[in-house]
Every structure is written in structure tokens, then in C-alpha cells.
Design a protein around this ligand. Structure first.
Ligand code: HEM
Length: 277
């Protein structure tokens, strides 16, 4: 049986390793000063460029999806986690990998800087500015696409990757736990997918009249049509993260878990509506 306890966590780590390694290959050709042109150049100039871009793209998607699956399965361990203050703290800190991973993925789309990436960057900047008191500072520190291009986002992309790695290995398991066969399985799946399917890119003239953000952002985009930006883009997406982190402090955790499920029951249809637009 391949997927016994802990296997999903190991495959997640495998995906992060492949994403990081392929990230360095595409970074070789990438220039933050001319993001879109250099993204196109990755495919045009770098040997097997389309393959490397696709490998980075698909392994990154796999990393985030598998991480969410891994955390979801670990919710079953909550009775044990709730036992001591130390275990609860560890759970909370380890769960921070989820928002960090989503930020790494999101910043990747902005780095590509095609129509989707530019829209994602400018929406994120506007949302950040809506955060009371610290919004301007956060935008200057993390995004600032208007004044800095993708420079800040590039730093965030690296930083989030490093944080995911440190939390997922050094903090979470104290060492790198990854069986060779599980890594090879992930590698084979990523290689096959990257040979078969290109990473998406909106080329000039191809872009549709409605720019859609990354798939995990579609629900937020849809909500932004109906609610104030701070509620739709900051408060609403923070709910599952806050709930997940605080789960071990609730005894029993059934109430917040139900609320978490309810959040997904709202977010998934919102994503579908945004996708079908
Ligand atoms: C050391 C690690 C990493 C490096 C050096 C790196 C570097 C880069 C560079 C230079 C680009 C722009 C290339 C392009 O436009 O195609 C990029 C894009 C991207 N990155 Fe990373 N990255 C790293 C890790 C990650 C991780 C951990 C994730 C996901 C959680 C991620 C997700 C993405 C995505 C989705 C894109 C857009 C790809 C595309 O559509 O072309 N990256 N990355």
C-alpha cells in the first residue's frame, strides 16, 4: 500500500523539492526587470525551457494541493495534539506553512507577469492597502508592484519557499523524512505531466476580455464583486487559516471544524462561479 500514514506528507516534501530545483533552473533565465519578456524567453531561449517552466508550474501546484490534503488528514490527530501546550503551539506554527505555501504560489503567478499575473499583483496590492493601520507598510514591504515592479514579489517568492522548507522539515519533523520510492513517484508524475501539458501563459492578443486570477483566487475575485475589499479579500480568506491554527484550543473541536467545512462549502461554489464567468 503506497499511501500509508505519513506518505502524503513525504510526497508533499518531494513536490517542494522538485518545485525548488526547477525554480532555480527557470530563475537562471528570469530577469525581474523584464518579467513578462523573460518568462517568454524561458521557453524560447532556455534549452527545454517549456518543459522546465511546466515542471516548476505543475510541481508547485502539486505542492500546495498535497500540503492542504496532508493538513486535512492530520486533523484526525487533534485529540493527541490538544494534550499539551507545547503540542498545541507546534501545531499552530506548523499550520502557518499553508498560508506561506499559498503566498509562494500566488507570487509565482505575479512573477510570470502576463495578464493574469499583472491582475493578481495589482489586486493583491489594492487589498493590502485596505488593511487598516499596517496596509501601506505591508504593501511597501511585500508587494509595491507600481513602484518596484516584481522585485519585492521575487523576494517574497524565495522567502515563502524557505519558510515552507524550514517549517516542513526542521521544525515539523526535525529532519528530512522522504523515502526514495515516494520521491521517485512524485518525480515521475511531475515529469509526465510537464511533458504532456504546458504551463499556461496569456500571450498578447490571446487574453480574454475578463482576466481571471489564479484558480485558488477565483473565489476571492468573485466575492470582491459583492463585498467591500477588506471583507472579501482579507477577512474572509483569513477565516480558515485562523480556524485551522486555533483548532487544538477548542475542546471538542467539532464546532470550529464544522465552521471550517462550511467555509469550504461557500468557497468552492464561489470558485466555480468565478471560473464559469
Ligand atoms: C527556490 C525556489 C524557487 C525559485 C528559485 C523560484 C523561481 C521562480 C521564477 C524565477 C519564476 C518565474 C518564471 C516564469 O515566469 O515562468 C517562478 C514562477 C513560479 N513559481 Fe517559483 N520559484 C521557487 C519556488 C516556488 C515554490 C515553492 C512555489 C509554489 C509553492 C512556486 C510557484 C511558482 C509558480 C506557480 C510560478 C509561475 C510559473 C509560470 O506560470 O510560469 N515557486 N518561480
Amino acid at each position: 500500500m503506497i499511501f500509508r500514514n505519513g506518505s502524503i506528507g513525504q510526497i508533499t516534501l518531494g513536490a517542494l523539492i522538485i518545485s525548488g530545483l526547477s525554480g532555480f533552473v527557470v530563475a537562471y533565465q528570469y530577469e525581474a526587470a523584464i518579467p513578462f519578456v523573460s518568462s517568454v524567453a524561458i521557453e524560447a531561449v532556455l534549452p527545454f525551457g517549456a518543459f522546465w517552466r511546466a515542471l516548476h508550474f505543475w510541481s508547485s501546484q502539486a505542492f500546495v494541493i498535497l500540503l492542504c490534503l496532508h493538513v486535512w488528514r492530520r486533523i484526525g490527530d487533534l485529540p493527541k495534539v490538544s494534550e499539551t501546550a507545547r503540542k498545541r503551539r507546534r501545531w499552530a506554527i506548523t499550520c502557518a506553512t499553508v498560508p506561506f505555501a499559498i503566498l509562494a504560489l500566488f507570487s509565482g503567478y505575479v512573477l510570470r507577469h502576463d495578464a493574469t499575473g499583472m491582475a493578481a499583483g495589482s489586486i493583491a496590492g489594492h487589498l493590502m492597502l485596505d488593511v487598516p493601520f499596517v496596509g501601506h507598510g505591508l504593501d511597501r514591504l511585500l508587494i509595491a508592484t507600481t513602484s518596484e515592479g516584481v522585485n519585492r514579489i521575487y523576494v517574497v517568492h524565495f522567502l515563502m519557499t524557505i519558510l515552507c522548507w524550514m517549517l516542513g522539515t526542521w521544525y515539523h519533523t526535525k529532519r528530512v523524512v522522504l523515502e526514495g520510492r515516494l520521491f521517485l513517484l512524485m518525480l515521475a508524475a511531475s515529469l509526465l505531466l510537464s511533458c504532456a501539458v504546458h504551463a499556461p501563459m496569456d500571450l498578447p492578443g490571446q487574453a480574454s476580455h475578463l482576466i481571471k486570477g489564479p484558480w485558488f483566487f477565483l473565489g476571492v475575485q468573485e466575492l470582491l464583486r459583492h463585498l467591500p475589499p477588506f471583507v472579501a479579500g482579507v477577512l474572509f480568506p483569513s477565516i480558515p487559516v485562523a480556524l485551522l491554527i486555533s483548532l487544538p484550543w477548542f475542546r471538542p473541536a467539532r464546532g470550529p471544524l464544522l465552521f471550517l467545512e462550511l467555509w469550504f462549502m461557500v468557497y468552492i461554489p464561489l470558485t466555480l462561479i468565478g471560473w464559469l464567468r
